[in-house]
Design a protein around this ligand. Structure first.
Ligand code: HAM
Length: 419
C-alpha cells in the first residue's frame, strides 16, 4: 500500500470541521480590517524565491521542492507567500503609486524535519500591505493578528515579540561586525552556527544552544547599529501598541530566517506546542519590491501558521462535537426515493446551514434509525406513503424523548426543524 509522503498529512473529515471554523474566523477578521483576497499559484520560478527570500537562507538553500518542467525551467513549490504576492502585484501593475491590503492562503512546502506542528506541507494565511511606510501600518497588522487570536479564543496562549533590524544598510553593517567578532572564535560555535557564519550569520543569534548563547554575550548588539529614523519608527510602533493595549516584549535577538526584512520584525509565540513556538510571524520588507525588479515600495505583512493555530484551538476548545448530519430522512418504501430527494431539496432551500442526509441503500426502518443515530442527527423524518404529497411530515426527535414522534403539517414541521 502506497503511503502519504513524509511530512505531508491528510486532514481527515473529523478535523476539517475545526479547520473550517479556524479559517472562517481568521478570514472574517481579515475582511473586517478591509483586506482583500489574492489567489496565487503553488509553483513559481525558483529564481523568485532565490532572489526574494534569499540564496543564503535555510529555506532556499536546503528546504525547497524544486523540479524542472518539460521546458527545462527550474520551478519550485512555494515555501512561503510573500515573494509570490509581490511578484503578482508587480506583474499586474498594482503596486506603483497606490496602496494595497491583501491576504492569501493555502499550502506551503518546505523540506524540514517533520514533527508535531512542523510539516513539509503546511498551511498559512498571510496578510500583506503595500505603499504604507509608517509604523501605523505595522501596528494595524499587529492589531489584526491580535483580533484574530481574540476571535479564536486563543489570545491568552500567545505573546508578541518585536524587534527592529534597521535599514538594509544598518543590517549589512551589523552583519559585518558580528562576523568580525565571531570569526576568531568560530571553532567554539556549534556546527549549525559555524555553517551560518558563512551563509547567514545573523541567524546565529537565534541559536538555541546555551554554549553559543554564552559566546554571544560579548557580541556587538543589533540595536547599536540601527539608524535614528528606524529607531524612531520602532518607538512610534511601541507607542501605538501601548495605546491599543497589545502587550509585547522587545527581543533584540529576534532576526527572522528570511532575508527580506528591514526595520520591524515580529513573532507571536506560544509555550503550548513544545518546540514549535512560532504561530505567526512577519515584519516590514521595504526593499523586496525593488529587489524583485519593481520601484521602491514600502511593504509589511505576516503569515499565520494555520497548522499550529488549529493545534492551539484544539487545546482551547478540546471538544467540538462532530455530528456528520443534522436531519436524517428515513425512506419507508423504495418507491418513495424520488419523493425523498425532492423533500431534501425543499428542506435545504428552507433550512439554511443544516446538513440533511437521505437514507441511501434501503433497509428496514430499524436499520435506518440505527444509521440516523450513528450520524448523530437531531431529527429523523419518517417518509411513508401518507406523506407522499409532502403536505405533512412525520418527525422524530432523536435527542428529546418528550417530543417523541409527531406528524405535523409542512409549515409546523419546518418551524420545528428550524428551531
Ligand atoms: P515564516 O516565519 O517562515 O514567515 O512562516 C510563518 C509561520 O508559518 C511560522 O510562524 C509558522 O507558524 C508557520 N510555519 C513555517 N514553517 C512551518 C512548517 N514547516 N510547518 C508548520 N508551520 C510552519 C513567512 O513565511 C513569511 N512569508 C511571513 C511574512 C509575510 N513576512 C512578511 N509577510
Amino acid at each position: 500500500m502506497v503511503k502519504a509522503v513524509r511530512g505531508m498529512r491528510d486532514i481527515l473529515p473529523e478535523q476539517t470541521r475545526r479547520w473550517h471554523q479556524v479559517e472562517r474566523s481568521i478570514l472574517a477578521t481579515l475582511a473586517s480590517h478591509a483586506f482583500e483576497e489574492i489567489r496565487l499559484p503553488l509553483l513559481e520560478y525558483t529564481e523568485l524565491f532565490a532572489r526574494g527570500v534569499g540564496e543564503a537562507t535555510d529555506i532556499v538553500e536546503k528546504e525547497m521542492y524544486t523540479l524542472a518542467d518539460r521546458d527545462g525551467d527550474s520551478l519550485s513549490l512555494r515555501p512561503e507567500g510573500t515573494a509570490s504576492c509581490v511578484r503578482a502585484l508587480q506583474e499586474h501593475g498594482l503596486l506603483y503609486n497606490q496602496t494595497q491590503r491583501v491576504h492569501y492562503s493555502g499550502p506551503m512546502f518546505r523540506y524540514e524535519k517533520p514533527q508535531k506542528g512542523r510539516y513539509r506541507q503546511f498551511y498559512q494565511i498571510g496578510a500583506e500591505a503595500y505603499g504604507f511606510a509608517g509604523p501605523d501600518m505595522d501596528a494595524e497588522l499587529l492589531l489584526l493578528a491580535w483580533d484574530c487570536w481574540h476571535a479564536l479564543g486563543i489570545q491568552d496562549r500567545l505573546r508578541l515579540e518585536i524587534n527592529t533590524l534597521g535599514s538594509s544598510k544598518d543590517r549589512a553593517a551589523y552583519r559585518d561586525a558580528l562576523v568580525a567578532y565571531l570569526e576568531p572564535i568560530q571553532g567554539q560555535l556549534d556546527e549549525d552556527s559555524q555553517r551560518r557564519l558563512l551563509t547567514n550569520p545573523m541567524r546565529i543569534l537565534d541559536s538555541k544552544k546555551p554554549e553559543t548563547q554564552a559566546l554571544l554575550e560579548g557580541a556587538p548588539r543589533l540595536p547599536d547599529f540601527v539608524d535614528a529614523e528606524s529607531r524612531e519608527h520602532f518607538e512610534k510602533l511601541q507607542q501605538l501598541l501601548d495605546q491599543v493595549g497589545i502587550p509585547y516584549r522587545v527581543n533584540a535577538n529576534l532576526v527572522r530566517g528570511l532575508d527580506y526584512y528591514t526595520r520591524t520584525v515580529f513573532e507571536w509565540l506560544t509555550d503550548d506546542l513544545g518546540a514549535q513556538g512560532a504561530v505567526c510571524a512577519g515584519g516590514r520588507y521595504d526593499g523586496l519590491v525593488e529587489r524583485l525588479g519593481g520601484r521602491p515600495t514600502p511593504a509589511v505583512g505576516f503569515a499565520v501558521g494555520l497548522d499550529r493555530v488549529v493545534l492551539l484551538h484544539e487545546l482551547a476548545e478540546p471538544k467540538t462535537a462532530f455530528a456528520p448530519a443534522d436531519i436524517y430522512i428515513c425512506v419507508l418504501d423504495e418507491s418513495l426515493m424520488g419523493t425523498a430527494m425532492a423533500l431534501s431539496q425543499r428542506l435545504r432551500s428552507h433550512l439554511e446551514g443544516q446538513r440533511i442526509r437521505i437514507n441511501i441503500g434501503g433497509g428496514a426502518l430499524k436499520k435506518q434509525m440505527k444509521r440516523a443515530d450513528a450520524a448523530q442527527a437531531n431529527w429523523a423524518i419518517l417518509l411513508g406513503d401518507d406523506e407522499r404529497d409532502l403536505g405533512s411530515l412525520t418527525l422524530k426527535h432523536l435527542r428529546n424523548a418528550e417530543f417523541g414522534q409527531q406528524r405535523l403539517v409542512w409549515q409546523q414541521a419546518l418551524d420545528q426543524l428550524n428551531d
